[in-house]
Design a protein around this ligand. Structure first.
Ligand SMILES: NC(=O)c1ccc[n+]([C@@H]2O[C@H](COP(=O)([O-])OP(=O)(O)OC[C@H]3O[C@@H](n4cnc5c(N)ncnc54)[C@H](OP(=O)(O)O)[C@@H]3O)[C@@H](O)[C@H]2O)c1
Length: 294
């Protein structure tokens, strides 16, 4: 496999940092980005990565400018890993609109802006891989995490469209659905609980969610290094992925596999039970329907 150049967002901690170490240890080139003061990721530079400041909340124009600079200073990029993200946890009715907007700004629009900024480069080369990090929350829609789950679900749908639109250009988007992995994502400083006000009807659920997040912090079953190695293998088509067709969506972690299976079984059961009703909605043969307003 030839040496690849990877660009990763959100490298100040967790999976981002782990990706950079994994990429470098395979002899590939790594471009690590993080928001704010770049000295935060100086250690990654010492390990051999190129480092840049990139806040995925910046304007599309600014992100394009940063991307052009990165490309002109590093030559061709082969893989983008859209890693930056965080969790807004709140009861759906209680969550402030700002918490929804901020969550989408980073986890969804941030990803779109960075991806759009690199696509002209990938189209010109007729080659490139784009990694998206989905979540079991985007499949199972956990109570108390409405804003987060909504962004990850939205990302999945957007990814599916992009994949079909770019297939003829030899651009390969891929999404990995992660269960709970032991990073700082659930640290009290990172999970945002922003409610406009608390509604007594939700006290029990809110308390359970808060206890769950605190209990899960640093007790997640997933090992980030193992997830990263699988992602790198799949993108490069080596190791565990050698000679295998890459699935559309790959769950990582036993918890995510359980979630995905449960969801598939529930969907199939619903289709089987309701198919008579679902199939009853076509226009009756010989009847003309005019739609005068929508
Ligand atoms: N760990 C899991 O269990 C899990 C499960 C499913 C999906 N994921 C996804 O995996 C990705 C990485 O999460 P993680 O577990 O590694 O969590 P993490 O340790 O909290 O890392 C998140 C990274 O995103 C960065 N970030 C946040 N907002 C940013 C912005 N506006 N611009 C640039 N970078 C920004 C953070 O930087 P700062 O230091 O500046 O905040 C941090 O480096 C996220 O997309 C997350 O949703 C994780």
């Amino acid at each position: 496999m030839p040496q690849l150049t990877w660009l990763v967002t959100g490298c100040s901690s967790g999976l981002g940092q782990t990706f950079i170490h994994g990429i470098l240890s395979r002899g590939d080139k790594a471009i690590a980005t993080a928001r704010g003061d770049i000295s935060r990721i100086a250690a990654l530079e010492e390990s051999g990565a190129k480092i840049y400041s990139l806040d995925v909340r910046a304007s599309a124009a600014d992100i394009k400018k940063t991307m052009s600079r990165i490309i002109s200073e590093n030559g061709e990029i082969d893989v983008l890993i859209n890693n930056a993200g965080y969790i807004e946890a709140a009861i759906a009715e209680e969550a402030s609109i700002d918490s929804y907007l901020d969550q989408f700004d980073i986890n969804f629009f941030g990803v779109i802006k960075v991806t759009q900024a690199i696509l002209p480069h990938f189209r010109e080369r007729k080659s490139g891989s784009i990694v998206f990090l989905g979540s079991s929350g985007g499949i199972s829609r956990e109570p108390g995490a409405g804003p987060y789950c909504a962004t990850k679900h939205a990302l999945e749908e957007w990814y599916e469209c992009l994949k079909q639109e770019t297939a003829h250009l030899n651009i390969k988007p891929m999404i990995f659905e992660l269960g709970f992995f032991r990073t700082n994502i659930m640290h009290p400083d990172n999970v945002k609980f922003r409610t406009k006000y608390e509604i007594a009807d939700y006290d029990d659920i809110r308390n359970l969610v808060s206890q769950f997040v605190q209990g899960m912090n640093q007790n997640q079953p997933g090992d980030p290094k193992k997830a990263v190695e699988i992602v790198l293998d799949v993108v490069k088509g080596e190791g565990i992925a050698e000679g295998k067709a890459v699935p559309e969506r790959l769950p990582l972690g036993a918890d995510c596999l359980t979630t995905m299976r449960k969801e598939a079984v529930a969907n199939l059961a619903m289709c089987n039970e309701w198919d008579g009703v679902i199939l009853s909605t076509n226009v009756d043969f010989g009847v003309t329907v005019t739609i005068s307003s929508v």
